[in-house]
Structures are given as C-alpha cells and as structure tokens.
Design a protein around this ligand. Structure first.
Ligand SMILES: Nc1ncnc2c1ncn2[C@@H]1O[C@H](COP(=O)(O)OP(=O)(O)OP(=O)(O)O)[C@@H](O)[C@H]1O
Ligand SMILES: [Mg+2]
Length: 254
C-alpha cells in the first residue's frame, strides 16, 4: 500500500494541492470522546479513541450494536463534534475549522454511503447523483455528464431516468454509491453500505469499492456486521463499549 500519491488532488479543479503534514495518515483520532446527553442519562459513546488511517487504506469497523461505530464515523467525518480529544484530517484539526470550511471540506473530499439510501424521491437516478456536484458549483452540463459516468461505473446507466421508488433495493444502493463517488472524494465513509442487500449484490458492490480503492487510491472506512464484507478490507477494527478492542491487518485475525 502506498501513501504518497494523494498529495496531488483532482486535476483541473479548484481544489488546492494538499500539504501533507500528517505522516501519511489521512485521518487521525487522538483520544476522541463523545458523550450524548439526553437530559436524563449521559451516554459515553466514545471513551477516548486513538486511531490512524493511511491514505488508500480500506478499513472495516465491526462490533456489537451500540458500541459506537456510527458515532465514530460521524465524529471522524466532522458530521458531529467531539466532547474531548481531536480528529485530524490530512493533518488538519477539524475543531479548528470554521463550520463553513468543514462543510466545504466534506463536500469536496468526502463521500457517504449509508444504509438508508437517503435518495430524493422526486428526483431521477441521474438527478440524485448529480446533486452533490451542483451543490459544489459544477456547471449543470458537466454535472450531468459526470453523473452518467458514475452511474455507468455502478452498472446502472440504463436506469438513470427512473425514480428511486421504481428501482430495487440493490439498484437504489448502487445509486447511493454512485452519488458518494461522483465527486471523486479522497475518503468514502460507509455505514452498513451493503446492509440491505442480498449476498450476491453485496459482493458486487464490494467488488466495485475494492476496485476503486485499488485504482484511485480512495480511502474507505466501512462499518459492517458482515464478516465477508469486512474481510475485503486491508484492516479490521473491532470496537466494544466506546473503545477500540482490536485493530489488525486483515488475515492476522484468528
Ligand atoms: N443521538 C443520540 N442520543 C443519545 N444517545 C445516542 C445517540 N446516538 C447514539 N446514542 C448512543 O450511543 C451509543 C453508540 O451508538 P452508535 O449509534 O454509535 O452505535 P453503533 O455501534 O453504530 O450501533 P449499531 O450497530 O446498532 O448501528 C449507544 O449506546 C446509543 O444508544
Ligand atoms: Mg450504527
């Protein structure tokens, strides 16, 4: 696995070259803590997580329900703030960024694949996929072209004109994969990205993610309950009760 090529980001875009101050780690958590305070009870969902993920790694996160996996993704990606510790992306602390910068950073560098598809029902497949590009200011014609490309990549270009309700679950999930990849993000976060799919469709989606990981050096962090999905990655992190219980290269596990 390399960790160097990522210093040059997309060509021909407004994105500046990334100055790598991070010793090759694209994501780092230092003593990350998260407490949910519902008024009556406090839930210590992350109890001081230390973690470093290198550019181009594909990391699986496993662990029992409620152990903090989704919370970890939300905090690493800056969707949610921490109550202690720090998260650095490409060496830059998320907490030091303004909300605006953090949002822009996410739009430019991150893609999200969640289990609930979050597709917009009144929009067609291609319209759903092009949306993040339009939000990021890409011209409509260019956005449409790239959305078709992304749909072709997931084998769905023939469904581009359909609305989500007219597609199968697997097809909808592939639209969300296309949407998460359309801006060629450096980091793709997945929370049970194949959770709603049968094993065949799930393995097709994983083939695609592995290919993108290898060809484009995109970094993937995928939460999954499915061991066959987890074992496609380079590394498996197991969480328990708000902490990392084990963190091993794939294949090292007994
Ligand atoms: N918004 C919230 N308010 C209060 N408590 C929360 C909130 N979100 C999560 N929690 C609690 O934090 C802990 C971690 O939740 P989290 O969603 O991260 O678990 P998870 O590992 O993703 O579980 P699952 O596998 O079921 O998705 C749980 O005890 C959960 O009840
Ligand atoms: Mg979860």
């Amino acid at each position: 696995m390399t960790g160097k090529r990522g210093t040059a980001v997309r060509e021909g875009s407004e994105t500046r070259p990334v100055e790598d101050r991070s010793n090759g780690s694209i994501i780092e958590a230092r003593g990350a803590q998260k407490v949910y305070d519902t008024g009556e009870i406090k839930v210590h969902a992350l109890k001081g997580v230390d973690l470093s993920i290198r550019r181009g790694e594909m990391v699986s996160v496993m662990g029992p329900s409620g152990c903090g996996k989704t919370t970890l993704l939300n905090c690493l990606s800056g969707l949610d703030g921490l109550d202690g510790g720090e998260v650095l992306i490409e060496g830059e602390p998320l907490s030091k960024m303004s909300d605006r910068k953090r949002t822009r950073f996410r739009a430019e560098k991150m893609g999200f694949i969640f289990q609930s598809y979050n597709l917009i029902p009144v929009l067609s497949g291609v319209e759903n996929v092009e949306l993040p590009l339009l939000v990021a200011g890409v011209k409509p014609r260019e956005a449409r072209r790239r959305a078709h490309e992304a749909l072709a990549l997931v084998g769905l270009d023939d469904q581009a004109g359909k609305r989500p309700a007219e597609m199968s679950g697997g097809q909808q999930q592939r639209v969300t994969v296309a949407r998460s990849l359309v801006n060629e993000p450096a980091i793709v976060w997945g929370d049970e990205p194949t959770g709603a799919l049968d094993s065949e469709t799930s393995s097709e989606i994983m083939d695609l993610l592995v290919e993108l990981n290898e060809e484009r050096e995109q970094t993937f962090v995928l939460v999954t309950h499915d061991a066959s999905v987890a074992h496609r990655g380079h590394r498996i992190i197991r969480m328990r009760d708000g902490l990392i219980e084990s963190d091993r290269a794939n294949g090292e596990e007994s």
